[in-house]
Design a protein around this ligand. Sequence first.
Ligand SMILES: *Cc1c(COP(=O)(O)O)cnc(C)c1O
Ligand SMILES: [Zn+2]
Length: 417
Amino acid sequence: MDVRGSLRDGAFGSATGLVCRECGATRELGPHYACHDCFGPLEVAYDFGTVTREQIEAGPRNIWRYKALLPVPEDIESSPNTEPGFTRLLEARNLADELGIARLWVKDDSTNPTNSFKDRVVACALSAATELGAKVFACPSTGNLANAVAAAGARAGIRTVVFIPSNLETPKQVNSAVFTDNLVAVEGNYDDVNKLASEIAGEEDGWAFVNVNVRPFYAEGSKTLGYEIAEQLGWRLPDQIVIPVASGSQLTKVHKAFQELITLGLVEDKPYKVFGAQAEGCNPVATAFAEGHDAIRPVKPDTIAKSLAIGNPADGIYVLDVTRSTGGAVEQVSDDEIREAIVLLARTEGIFTETAGGTTLATLKKLVATGALDPDLETVFINTGHGLKTLDAVSGSVGPAATIAPTYDAFVASGLA
Ligand SMILES: *Cc1c(COP(=O)(O)O)cnc(C)c1O
Ligand SMILES: [Zn+2]
């Protein structure tokens, strides 16, 4: 992507540059995602100065309350965006009883503007794309990202083009197509779509691919999940957190958020364990964790958890680092366990999650069973998306208990009285 001649002052807030996760080399802020020296992934670096709880609490009830900790300008609230975030953190007492856990919370990100956590990352990517003078806002997506990009682009009045695997669930396709004329269904899996996007990003000028050439800015949006959880717990960190893994970006950024809060003195320093959740049908990180490998062997995804179906996850090795260094784990569950967990969350807490949330809850259950997760410690799990987008996953296992004539007698005969 071409960069506007000069960036305006403070275009990226207190961000100071991009730094390579592998070798520490630095680069100027811009549409860059790979290190000049070693091709490692770039990450945003900051000089925060002082940030206080009062300053954050006085902000809006969306992710921009944390704007001082994000690569966005001070006047970000005046740019059109979908204003995601500050979603509910619910104590899940019924579910905790069912699983034998002392204290359990659900961070429910299904209530974001396009019903997944992706609105957070897209809001940050849109800010970067706008500051860099992008003409097109685009992404390769497993579904939810395309929904978020298409909606945010519509509000910002910028052209959007979103690419998805052609086998995606119909509700996720419609949830993009309603916002944009340019939904492109690609005959291939996500990894094929991603490769195509990188090629287009290299060829076309002015295209900001949220998770490719502005990925460092996009990824920072996931930190807001970590900030919110800490603030909503009363400026405390949980003991354990369970997070789904697709590319692995969200998990690593929640950890980065917790570390920043500690460094800034906004929460007390304490140990916490980070756990990753994958489906058996797309388990490259869980497999590497189980086998003690440092490298990720890519897989061909085949699972109902399509939003997590990335066979070659960009941040997989960093998920291994975070889960290992905090004493957590990466676990995997079957499609049947995912379906059961979707119904379990609905029946215990009144929350309808998509297959990604089913994966996360099923993994939590498994981690309790294996003893990796301590049921006596305070635990949070993230519900990243809404069940109405993946209805097919459970439409075969739930439905009417009876179909009856419209008479009282028929109702009594049904045995439901
Ligand atoms: C994209 C997505 C994830 C995982 O995101 P990564 O940051 O790529 O690991 C989890 N849940 C849902 C519903 C998603 O759409
Ligand atoms: Zn490097």
